[in-house]
Design a protein around this ligand. Structure first.
Ligand SMILES: [Zn+2]
Ligand SMILES: [Zn+2]
Length: 552
C-alpha cells in the first residue's frame, strides 16, 4: 500500500508573472492559495483579463475546504469574482485583503453569497487536515501574510509575496523570529517568491519613496498628480503624510481609487489625522501649489482617470502647464507601450512627468537575492519550490537555494499544472493536471478560445478579404467573376491589378475543378487555399479570407 502524500499543484503563477494560484491536496482535503488574474499580453487582442483554468478544482469541488489569500494584489485576488460563483467555497484573508476582495466582488456583483472570513496576522485556521497559520510579511501592501501550513506529512511554508523591509511604512516587518523558530523545528517544504530573483542585494525600503515624494511636493510649482495602484494603500498614506507636511490638500480621483481609499480609511489602514483629504468640488477654489491629486492609470489603462486626463477626456481634471505628474509604480510587463504613450501625451501638454526611470518614485515589493537567501537560511527546508515567476526567475531562485546548501535533487522547478508529490522522505513530479489561461473579454468569461485570439491577431496584422461568388441555382455554375472586397490588407487602388488577377484565379479554379461548385465546404477550402497562396506570394501577408456564396 502506498502511503498518502501531499500533492502540491500550481494552477497559475509559475509559467509567467500573475494569476497566482496554488493547490494543496491531501487525501480528501484540498486548500487553494490565492486566486489571481493576469493582465493580457500585447498579442492577446481585445482581452481584458486572464484568469487560471480551474477545471481541476471543478472536478474535485466537494474536497475544497477553502481559499486562503496571502494579500490583496490583483494577481492574488483578481480571479475571485469570476471563480467564486463557480466554486462557492469559503475565503480566508486578513482584514485589508478582505476589504479589497469585497470591493472587487461588489464591482462584479458577486458579493452576495460569498463566504469571506477575516483571519488576523498571527491567527490560525483549520481546513480539513490542514492547519494554516498566517504570518506577517512585508510587501507593497499592508496586511500581507505568508502561510505556515501544517499537514500530516510535515510543515509547509508559503512566503506569499514578500520583502524584508525593516522600516515599512505601514504594517509589520516580516516576522523573521517566527520563521527561525520553525526552521529549528524542521520544515518539509518551502515555497518562496521568485519575482525579483534576478536582482542582487537588498530591495530598498518603502521609506525611500517617502523622501522622494517630500522633495517633489516641496519643489513642484503647481499641482502634483500622483498615479499608482489603488491597492497600494501604503503609498497613498505616504502621499497624505507628505501633503500634510507641505500644506497641500489631497484629492482622490476615479472610482476604484475612491472606493479603495474609503474602505481603507474605514478599516483604519489609511489615516488622515491632518484632515488633508478634500472633496473634488473644492478643487476649483484651491491655488495650484496646494493641490495633490491621486489617481489610477499607472499602467496606462485606457479607462483610467490619468489616461483620460492625458487624452483631454476627463470631466473634472485637465492637464495644465506646470503640473507635475508622478507615476508611482513600475510597469507590469506588457503594459510598457501603453504607459509610454500616456507619458508622451502628458509631456506634450506641458506637464513634468516623473517615473521610475527618472526618479525614485517607486520601490517594488519583492525581495532581492540576499533576502531570498536569508529566508532559505532561516527556514532550512528539506524541499524547495520557487514560485511566482517566469522560468528564468524560478531557475535563478533554485540556484540561490543550492548556493545556501539545499541539494539540487530536493529543489523542484514546477510549471503550472505539474503535480509535485511530497512525503517526509521524498518528493517527485508525478504527472500533470489541466491548467492554462481563461480569457475574460468584457462580460464574457472563458468563451474566447485560442481560435478567436488567432483570428483577432490575423485581422489586426494582415486584414481581411471577403470573396463573394454568385452561383446559378440550377446548374451550380459560377456566374461571372467573383467579387473581392478587402479591408486592412492592401491599398485597393494601388493593388487593383493584383486583386483582379485573384478574381480570375478563383473563377478559373472553380471552372476547371470539374466538381459542382455548390459543394460548399469544398469551394470554401479551395478558394481559401488558392488565395492564401497567391496573396502570400504577392505580399508576404496572410489576410483572413472569408468566401461567401450567393445563389442566383
Ligand atoms: Zn503582491
Ligand atoms: Zn504577486
Amino acid at each position: 500500500m502506498t502511503k498518502p502524500r501531499l500533492r502540491v499543484i500550481p494552477l497559475g503563477g509559475l509559467s509567467g508573472i500573475g494569476k497566482n494560484m496554488m493547490v494543496m491536496e491531501y487525501e480528501d482535503d484540498i486548500i487553494v492559495i490565492d486566486a489571481g488574474l493576469m493582465f493580457p499580453e500585447e498579442e492577446m487582442l481585445g482581452i481584458d483579463l486572464v484568469i487560471p483554468d480551474i477545471s481541476y478544482l471543478l472536478e474535485k469541488r466537494e474536497k475544497i475546504r477553502g481559499i486562503v489569500i496571502t494579500h490583496g494584489h490583483e494577481d492574488h485576488i483578481g480571479a475571485l469574482p469570476y471563480l467564486l460563483p463557480q466554486l462557492n467555497v469559503p475565503v480566508y484573508s486578513t482584514k485589508l485583503t478582505w476589504g479589497l476582495i469585497s470591493v472587487k466582488l461588489k464591482e462584479r456583483k458577486a458579493l452576495t453569497g460569498a463566504k469571506l472570513t477575516v483571519v488576523p496576522p498571527g491567527g490560525q485556521i483549520t481546513l480539513g487536515k490542514f492547519n494554516v497559520e498566517f504570518f506577517p510579511v512585508c510587501h507593497s501592501i499592508p496586511d500581507a501574510v505568508g502561510l505556515i501550513i501544517n499537514t500530516p506529512v510535515g510543515t509547509v511554508v508559503h512566503s506569499g509575496d514578500f520583502k524584508l523591509d525593516y522600516t515599512p511604512v505601514s504594517g509589520k516587518p516580516t516576522d523573521l523570529s517566527r520563521l527561525a523558530q520553525l526552521g529549528a523545528q524542521g520544515i518539509l517544504l518551502l515555497l518562496s517568491d521568485s519575482t525579483y530573483a534576478e536582482l542582487p542585494g537588498y530591495t530598498p525600503s518603502e521609506r525611500v519613496v517617502g523622501e522622494t515624494l517630500d522633495h517633489i511636493m516641496a519643489d513642484a510649482p503647481g499641482r502634483v498628480i500622483i498615479t499608482t495602484f489603488s491597492s497600494l494603500v501604503s503609498r497613498i498614506q505616504q502621499v497624505i503624510d507628505s501633503a500634510a507636511k507641505h500644506q497641500r490638500r489631497v484629492f482622490i480621483v476615479g472610482r476604484s481609487m475612491t472606493d479603495t481609499s474609503h474602505m481603507a480609511l474605514e478599516l483604519g489602514y489609511l489615516n488622515d489625522t491632518g484632515g488633508v483629504l478634500a472633496r473634488l468640488d473644492e478643487l476649483k477654489s484651491m491655488p495650484h501649489n496646494q493641490v495633490v491629486l491621486v489617481t489610477t492609470g499607472s499602467q496606462g489603462e485606457p479607462t483610467s482617470a490619468l489616461v483620460r486626463m492625458a487624452n483631454r477626456d476627463h470631466r473634472q481634471v485637465h492637464i495644465l502647464r506646470g503640473d507635475t505628474i508622478v507615476i508611482s509604480a513600475s510597469p507590469i510587463p506588457g503594459n510598457e507601450s501603453l504607459i509610454n504613450r500616456t507619458v508622451d501625451s502628458l509631456f506634450r501638454q506641458g506637464a513634468q512627468v516623473l517615473y521610475d526611470k527618472v526618479a525614485q518614485v517607486h520601490v517594488h515589493g519583492h525581495g532581492s537575492q540576499e533576502e531570498l537567501k536569508l529566508l532559505l537560511n532561516l527556514v532550512k527546508p528539506k524541499f524547495f519550490v520557487p514560485i511566482h515567476g517566469e522560468y528564468r526567475h524560478l531557475s535563478l531562485h533554485a540556484k540561490l537555494a543550492q548556493s545556501v546548501g539545499i541539494p539540487k535533487e530536493n529543489t523542484f522547478i514546477l510549471e503550472d499544472g505539474d503535480i509535485l508529490e511530497v512525503s517526509p522522505q521524498a518528493g517527485k513530479i508525478a504527472g500533470k493536471v489541466t491548467s492554462g489561461n481563461v480569457y475574460v473579454d468584457g462580460l464574457s468569461v472563458g468563451d474566447i478560445g485560442t481560435v478567436v485570439l488567432r483570428n483577432r491577431r490575423m485581422l489586426s496584422r494582415d486584414g481581411i478579404v471577403v470573396v463573394i461568388m454568385a452561383v446559378n441555382k440550377q446548374t451550380g455554375k459560377l456566374v461571372g467573376r467573383p467579387d473581392i472586397i478587402s479591408r486592412g490588407f492592401v491599398d485597393t487602388r494601388e493593388s487593383k491589378d493584383m486583386i483582379d488577377e485573384s478574381r480570375d484565379l478563383v473563377a478559373r479554379s472553380l471552372d476547371h475543378s470539374g466538381d459542382r461548385p455548390t459543394e460548399w465546404s469544398f469551394v470554401n477550402t479551395k478558394v481559401r487555399d488558392i488565395l492564401n497562396k497567391f496573396y502570400y506570394e504577392q505580399t508576404k501577408r496572410r489576410p483572413m479570407i472569408l468566401p461567401f456564396m450567393v445563389k442566383v
